[in-house]
Design a binder for this molecule. Structure first.
Ligand SMILES: Cc1cc2nc3c(=O)[nH]c(=O)nc-3n(C[C@H](O)[C@H](O)[C@H](O)COP(=O)(O)O)c2cc1C
Length: 187
């Protein structure tokens, strides 16, 4: 079957062996055949600076192009000091431009988070949800996906091994897919 829909993944962690990036790869593997997945590289984005908007850096242009091509988005972020990661905030600030014409507006998005700690990134997710609201995205609100003690929940190949987390992730992906198809049918 040809791929009709495109999901763009954004990991809030720049770490090579990031649990959050692993979550995105696991979720991508659950997508139906007519979906393709691309992981955005937000490490190449400069720090947001409004002065750069008059001549956008190449990395920002490519990021915006990728976002425009997305029918939906999957975000997974660590929690740093009780907040979302700075890298994710920076990427979403770039993605919010130009004001009111963001490539993300009204597009479906689902959120996840992993931490070796006990809180599952709950505090960071509150902040991310308010950002998604600012971007006027269409968030999947349920189920909430929080992965505490993440260092115990992947095998050596990076596959998620926790049965409860697998089940919740499947439901989250299904809800995102349903939302994307609903959007497509309304256009
Ligand atoms: C500066 C810093 C602050 C952190 N603060 C928190 C925190 O507030 N809550 C939490 O659950 N984990 C916290 N952690 C632990 C991260 O969740 C952990 O490093 C995690 O593995 C990062 O996600 P990743 O595996 O995707 O890179 C912090 C880590 C760092 C480096």
């Amino acid at each position: 079957m040809s791929e009709r829909f495109h999901i763009v993944g954004i990991s809030g962690s720049l770490r090579k062996h990031s649990h959050n990036t692993q979550l995105l790869h696991n979720a991508a593997a659950l997508l139906p055949e007519d979906f393709r997945f691309t992981l955005a590289d937000i490490s190449v984005l400069p720090l947001y600076n409004q002065d750069l908007e008059s001549e956008l850096p190449e990395a920002v242009k490519q990021f915006a192009e990728l976002l425009h091509s997305g029918n939906g988005f999957l975000i997974s972020s660590p929690e740093y000091n009780g907040q979302l990661s700075g890298a994710l905030k920076n990427a979403l600030d770039w993605a919010s431009r130009p004001a009111l014409q963001t490539p993300l507006a009204q597009k479906p998005v689902a959120l996840m988070g992993a931490t070796p700690g006990m809180g599952g990134t709950g505090r960071a997710q509150v902040g991310i949800r308010s950002l998604l609201f600012a971007l006027n995205m269409d968030s999947v609100n349920r189920p909430e996906f929080l992965l505490p003690q993440s260092h115990t929940k992947f095998d050596e190949s990076g596959a998620l091994t926790d049965p409860m987390a697998q089940q919740i992730m499947q439901q989250l992906v299904d809800n995102l897919v349903t939302k994307i198809k609903k959007h497509a049918s309304e256009q």
